[in-house]
Design a protein around this ligand. Structure first.
Ligand code: ADP
Length: 596
């Protein structure tokens, strides 16, 4: 016995010594395959290397490596030793039957000397090259079989050996690692893509000014985020008795004759979210009692939905975002987390928009309420000033004139505030008429001449000789131009020069108001168009009497005329304001002037 054993181990040792060189070569090849697996992200390429190397290693004519997903669908099928042409002739390889089916089912290696004689065989498809010996091993990942690697037709022997099996098991492990890497990489890419979409969509919300615009963007974005056909946004009403529909995307709402669409707290998923304070995902709505008012665009009921809460200040429920699918489907925890994260961002922006709206409403209400008493003060002060005896003591006269001047300023400020809120809320309407620009400018400059004279400044007009026609709201145009001219007057020292030039192009006309005054530093040239922005320099030197509302109003008015207003300036040298307006080809009714 002992002798037998010794003999056997000696033979093994001899075999190993003999194949030492061969073994180290094989080991090198295994290492190379290993490197390919860890460096290559293209799964097909990795699997091909594994199949080819396994084929070489175990000295087989052919090798095949198949990977299936959790639903049993083949996601990759790689062959080695079979030409592309033959593969195409064979067509789809039979899977899950016969010997290979057995391999997947059992999860253990199979070795067969002659497949054609094996009772478990299911036969070859037409054009399949004839094969006899077979070695197959399962590819398993986390204890689950995800495919198989099999070799056929051992070269130089009738069947595959123990060592062949051992190698092929190692290769199958490599394949499993490659599949795992690919899955992880795929997941990472998806997560990356999702967070990118999330960031993009969130920043698009920031651009919404009007609440309705924001609501619509939230539903559109929710849909896009999860790539679903429809979404809706419901907010709780102020009594917190129902959810009112604010916006829907990709759906037709059946209103059932009601003027507003709402969800009751009882019997709605949104109501359940209010109770549980957690997102709710329904994978198949046919298992639910009828709770919907929604229909998808093709008149179908949604078959799956996900409802996530929108929190106010992170604690009180404000509303819900609902997303809908046309077919039953489950929502992964990543998808739920993603929509929740988006709802969190949307909540912050909703709160901010609401605050801005409240502030604007307050501003415009206050301005309105101040208007009537202020008018009374102005009128009374005016009458008082004009009817006072002129021989009154000087300080007394100054006080009355002070009241007059400041109530006038206050009234202008109030009008500016009202204008700005109306412009920002899109409530200001223009009264457009076709106007000769040159005539209009000439009339306006007349009214401001005293201002320039008071500072010994020169106002140079360089207007076009030809008539330039534009569609203007005369009163609003005057407001823009007077603001630009009074600014030029204010921010240019005594004796300065202010030019008003008109540059006419076929479709546009540009008014240039240039001064040689204080100028504006580059980093403030955009900011002066922000509301209430006044340059610190003027404040320190006590020169500014303005409110910082003139330019933002002028720019919005220019835009309302389909025009533009911008500045170019060099600090210490002067500023150039440009007002560009669309030019009319000719005055439409010029002929009628002649008839008149
Ligand atoms: P304000 O009522 O303060 O003049 P505006 O909105 O009209 O408000 O102007 C905003 C700021 O832009 C001013 O405070 C001033 O600093 C700067 N500015 C406007 N026009 C000129 C100019 N022609 N030259 C230099 N600075 C100017």
């Amino acid at each position: 016995m002992n002798n037998d054993l010794d003999e056997a181990s000696n033979t093994n040792l001899e075999m190993l010594n003999k194949s030492e060189f061969e073994f180290s070569e094989q080991f090198q090849a295994l290492l190379m395959a290993n490197l390919t697996v860890s460096n290559e992200l293209d799964l097909e390429k990795v699997l091909q290397t594994i199949a080819d190397t396994a084929c070489d290693f175990a000295k087989a004519h052919y090798a095949a490596l198949g990977i299936v997903n959790s639903e049993g669908v083949i996601t990759s099928f790689i062959t080695s030793g079979i030409s592309q042409e033959v593969r195409e002739q064979i067509g789809d390889l039979p899977r899950g039957h016969g010997l290979l089916g057995e391999l997947i089912k059992q999860g253990k290696p199979i070795r067969v000397r002659d497949i054609t004689k094996d009772p478990r065989r299911s036969g070859f498809p037409p054009h399949h090259p004839p094969m006899t010996s077979l070695l197959g091993v399962p590819v398993s990942l986390n204890g689950q079989i995800v495919g198989d690697l099999y070799l056929t037709d051992k070269i130089g022997a009738d069947e595959f050996s123990d060592i062949d099996e051992w190698w092929v098991i190692l290769f199958a492990r490599q394949a499993a690692v490659a599949v795992q890497n690919a899955n992880l990489y795929q997941k990472m890419r998806e997560a990356q893509q999702r967070s990118q979409t999330l960031a993009e969509l969130t920043s698009s919300l920031n651009q919404a000014i009007e609440p309705q615009q924001l609501f619509d963007q939230i539903t559109q974005a929710s849909r896009r985020l999860l790539n679903l056909p429809a979404a809706a946004l419901y907010l709780l009403n102020s009594q917190r008795t129902q959810f009112n529909l604010q916006s829907q995307a990709g759906m037709l709402i059946s209103k059932n004759g009601a003027s507003e669409v709402f969800l009751p707290l009882e019997g709605s998923i949104a109501g359940r979210v209010l109770q549980t304070e957690k997102p709710i995902a329904i994978s198949d709505t046919s298992e639910l009692p009828q709770t919907f008012f929604m229909q998808l665009a093709n008149n179908q009921q949604p078959r799956a939905l996900l409802v996530v809460p929108i929190w106010q200040q992170g604690q009180t429920l404000r509303g819900v975002i609902e997303v809908y699918a046309a077919e039953p489907r489950t929502f992964s925890s990543e998808e739920i987390a993603l929509l929740e994260a988006f709802a969190g961002q949307a909540a912050l922006i909703l709160e901010r928009t609401q605050l801005i709206q409240q502030k604007e409403e307050f501003l415009s209400m206050t301005a309105h309420d101040l208007r009537a008493p202020l008018t009374a003060i102005r009128m009374s002060a005016g009458i008082l000033e004009s009817s006072l005896p002129t021989d009154l003591p000087e300080p007394l006269l100054r006080l009355v004139s002070n009241i007059n001047r400041n109530s006038e300023r206050l009234s202008h400020l109030l009008e500016d505030l009202l204008d700005l809120t109306r412009l920002e809320q899109g409530r200001l309407r223009l009264n457009l008429t076709e106007t000769s620009l040159v005539e209009q400018i000439a009339a306006i400059t007349q009214t401001v001449t005293p201002l320039f004279e008071s500072k010994d400044q020169k106002l140079e007009l360089q207007l076009a000789a030809e008539n330039v026609w534009v569609k203007l709201d005369k009163h609003r145009f005057e407001q823009i131009l007077v603001n630009l001219l009074t600014n030029a007057n204010k921010y240019t020292p005594i004796g300065g020069i202010i030019q008003l030039r008109l540059q006419a192009e076929p479709d546009w006309v540009t008014l240039v108001i240039a001064d040689n005054g204080a100028g504006i530093p580059a980093d403030e040239q955009e900011r002066i168009f922000d509301r209430f922005y006044r340059r610190a320099f003027h404040e320190q030197s006590n020169e500014a009497t303005g409110s910082g509302l003139g330019l933002p109003i002028a720019r919005l008015l220019a835009e309302l005329h389909n025009g533009k207003l911008w500045v170019e300036s060099t600090e210490g040298k002067g500023s150039c304001f440009y007002l560009k307006l669309p030019r009319l080809a000719s005055r439409e009714f010029e002929a009628s002037d002649i008839i008149e």
